[in-house]
Design a protein around this ligand. Structure first.
Ligand code: SF4
Ligand code: SF4
Length: 510
């Protein structure tokens, strides 16, 4: 069991509403970005002198730009339905981690500056001035929200706290208060091409090493191609897939699928990262800039299809935003967007998730598997928030839930879902999403994982589950770190394509 300097919640198998403890998570905070990190993204390097006016100005701009934000500021009736739905409140007991309280951090300021009653009678309507203390609270608690959107499922008005968190972070960045972890990674993507800062030659080395490993293990010459012009498929995948465990096992799985199906494919050194942290900080400009690398790579390589690997938020960005951001599947109405729409093969979903891609090949008998190869595993599936509540899959209602499960059941014999209220739309966040996967927030990450760990405990104890599959790089990295705090092996988590990799029958003559 991992040791810690904080109290790790005890697993009982039942996540109960905790006793409220004011300020319980007030001491948890992530490191601030320094000036070079901020300035590389075009944000002020440090808190600007006129921060107050600039922050209110930015809030006004966002209220005008995003109709949803305006509605969310006005619509809450304080019914309390969301209060016990956030894993960070459940794990810490800090009342400011109740979704409604997180929203109120901004709503109180909104009332003061943007409503008649708040301007005239602030104390009567709970309106407050924007002060340095408020800015500190925003920074602390907007970086204690993983933007998982679970609370919005239970809100009768569909108020999406994640959008408020994104707006909060966008305002903070605009006055020079940014988070080191997220903004440093965005800088690496712009400079080097991926979140891990892995340069092209190192990537090529890693891929040729993988080819040797797979050849040794299987006797098959499975390729991991990069920058191949004219390939049919461009695979966009999180950079963690290139060398982190267990992520790399899924990359091997994708390569085996393409090999077995005889499909030409390629990775791109320019777009060697599916993740798009622009979404985490609510910045449309960053979101688009990061996404444009993929369009550029697809155009340069002349591919017909774009397939996205196992990354939760990247799939949300691809599925929900790529069409208007960069013209994958239609939407963008600029020269290069239209060029890409003409180039991609309209007979296929654009983009496609690797799970729908592989499952389709299996259904059509293009690839074959030996399910018994996974018989040493008793598997459950963790729905990742951005896939479950921010995207779809396969063009069928609920495809994001049914397709990964159907794929697992096609390649393995032993599968058990966790409790119904903890999966699908109601899935609990892993505790590390939305820009919180940093060691500075380890206490929050461990405590926020408690609801998922309780649900896992029940299937471990009741069904003998020994493998939790997931299709998100952040979930994999988070669980690898937090499982040992709860007495489980870090190797218990892995990708769906790790299971595919184990079961797939390879044809060595291709
Ligand atoms: S979006 Fe998720 S992390 Fe944020 S308040 Fe809602 S439940 Fe909590
Ligand atoms: S459930 Fe919705 S309306 Fe009710 S308190 Fe929460 S955010 Fe407000």
């Amino acid at each position: 069991m991992a040791t810690s300097n904080f109290e790790v919640p005890e697993l009982t198998g039942c996540t109960e509403t905790p006793r409220v403890q004011e300020g319980a998570a007030a001491g948890i905070g992530s490191f601030l970005a320094n000036a070079p990190i901020q300035e590389a993204l075009g944000f002020p390097g440090e808190l600007v002198e006129d921060w107050h006016d600039r922050a209110i100005g930015k809030m006004g701009e966002l209220l005008g730009k995003y109709r949803s934000l305006q509605v969310f500021m006005d619509a809450c009736v304080h019914c309390g339905a969301c209060t016990d739905k956030c894993h960070y409140f459940l794990g810490t007991g800090d009342p400011k981690n109740m979704p409604v309280a997180r929203q109120e951090l901004m709503r109180k300021v909104y009332r003061r500056y943007f409503t008649f009653a708040g301007k005239m009678f602030p104390s009567l309507v709970g309106a407050i001035d924007l002060t340095r203390e408020v800015i500190d609270d925003w920074y602390k608690y907007y970086y204690q929200c993983s933007e998982c959107r679970r609370c919005s499922v239970y809100c009768p008005y569909g108020i999406d706290t994640a959008e408020i968190t994104m707006a909060g972070r966008e305002i903070l960045d605009s006055i020079g208060v940014g988070q080191k972890y997220t903004n440093e990674i965005l800088g690496k993507v712009h400079r080097i091409g991926n979140n891990l800062g892995l340069p092209g030659p190192a990537l090529e080395d890693t891929l040729s090493g993988l080819e040797e490993d797979v050849l040794d293990e299987t006797g098959c010459d499975v390729k991991f191609p990069i920058d191949v012009k004219g390939a049919e498929v461009l695979l966009i995948t999180p950079s963690a897939d290139f060398f982190s465990e267990p992520h790399v096992e899924s990359l091997i799985g994708y390569a085996k699928v393409f090999h077995a199906a005889g499909i030409s494919w390629t990775l791109s050194s320019m777009a060697s990262e599916a993740g798009n942290f622009g979404m985490f900080i609510g910045s449309y400009d960053q979101l688009r800039k990061v996404a444009l690398r993929i369009r550029e790579a697809a155009l340069e390589l002349g591919v017909k299809r774009i397939v996205v690997g196992e990354c939760g938020h990247a799939w949300r960005v691809a599925y929900s935003f790529w069409n208007t951001l960069i013209g994958v599947g239609g939407g963008a109405d600029d020269e290069f967007g239209r060029m890409l729409q003409k180039q991609l093969d309209g007979a296929y979903p654009q983009p496609a998730h690797i799970c729908e891609y592989t499952y389709d090949l299996l259904q059509r008998g293009v690839i074959q598997v030996d399910k018994e190869a996974n018989d040493h595993r008793v598997i459950t599936f963790h729905d990742s928030c951005n896939v479950a509540r921010g995207a779809g899959m396969g063009g069928i209602p609920g495809g994001q839930f049914s397709i990964p499960r159907a794929l697992i059941k096609s390649v393995a014999n032993n599968f058990h879902d966790m409790a119904a209220e903890t999966i699908r739309e109601g899935t609990f966040c892993c505790g590390g999403g939305g820009g919180l996967l940093t060691d500075d927030l380890m206490e929050l990450r461990v405590k926020g994982a408690q609801p998922r760990m309780n649900a896992l405990k029940n299937v471990v104890d009741g069904e003998g589950v020994n493998f939790m599959a997931t299709i998100c790089a952040i979930c994999k990295a988070q669980f690898t770190k937090v499982l040992p705090y709860y007495g489980y092996e870090m190797g218990m988590v892995g990708g769906v394509h790790q299971l595919v990799s184990t079961a797939i029958k390879l044809k060595c003559d291709k």
